[in-house]
Design a binder for this molecule. Structure first.
Ligand SMILES: [Zn+2]
Length: 264
């Protein structure tokens, strides 16, 4: 039994605006985490302001070689030995990285989330409206990063990431910090009853298409499994109605930004 029902935790999650870190890769990072957790590499890549958008998508319409050049720039910029990514399938499988792997870019298949306690390994999930959710244990120095669209959220991928931190690294949920990065906001994301029913199974869904705030729902689901609401933040950035710093699937983009998380 969960000590707290999701319905009991309905306070709006605290909003934080990621800041663009100066450098030759467009990386938007959580300013409080930059200050408090200097051992962490974290953030979400953006479109960038160059002539060529910083598209890291490997399954879109751009040549893969162009995307891989940007992946190499990202790896060099963050100083990671290995960058781990997977083709995502909107499910709730999370891979636990127990080995650093060979130097370079690792592209797996079928995982929407990653976890590790190893340094030098940068985790990356592709998004363009879906939510990149970063979960950090500052005590045990372990991290999990998941791609949480509505299907993944409904399938429990955020809870799965938290469970792996508990089971594999001994993390206490009360120690965790969780951030929902740039994604589509609650005013832009109009969806059918099946989405509401999947994301908030404890509540009666609306009968017609209605907007949902996916990041708020994720914050509530994290609180329901013991993450302290004070340790949960959501991004101020909307990929859809923001000023264009990020790619948006609903706005017609085929490009992808990456949520990234790792230990230096
Ligand atoms: Zn919006």
């Amino acid at each position: 039994m969960s000590p707290t029902s999701s319905a009991a935790v309905s306070v709006p999650a605290r909003v934080v605006a990621e800041e663009l870190v100066p450098g030759d890769v467009p990386l938007w990072a959580h300013p409080e985490w930059m200050r408090d957790l200097p051992w962490l590499v974290q953030g979400t890549t953006g479109r960038g302001d160059g002539d060529e958008a910083f598209d890291l998508g490997l399954s879109g319409i751009q040549p893969v070689g162009a995307a891989l050049d940007r992946w190499r720039r990202l790896r060099a910029y963050t100083g990671a030995r290995t960058v781990a990514h997977s083709r995502q399938v909107h499910r709730a499988e999370v891979w636990t990285h127990a080995e650093r792997g060979a130097p370079g870019i690792l592209v797996m298949d079928g995982y929407d989330g990653h976890a590790t306690s190893l340094d030098g390994l940068l985790l990356a999930v592709g998004v363009a409206d879906c939510v990149p959710v970063s979960i950090v244990d500052p005590v045990r120095r372990a991290v999990s990063l998941v791609h949480s669209g509505w299907r993944g959220t409904a399938a429990g991928i955020v809870e799965r990431g938290i469970a792996i931190l508990r089971g594999t690294y001994g993390s206490a949920p009360a120690d965790l910090r969780l951030h929902c990065g740039p994604a589509i906001c609650g005013r832009c994301y109009e969806v059918g009853p099946e989405v509401h029913a999947g994301v908030r199974p404890g509540e009666p869904p609306p009968s017609a298409p209605t907007c949902i705030d996916l990041r708020q729902a994720i914050a509530e689901r994290a609180a329901a499994v013991g993450v302290s609401p004070e340790s949960v933040t959501v991004s101020a950035h909307c990929t859809r109605c923001g000023p264009g710093a990020f790619f948006s699937h609903r706005a017609g983009s085929h490009a992808r930004q990456m949520g990234v998380l790792g230990i230096r």
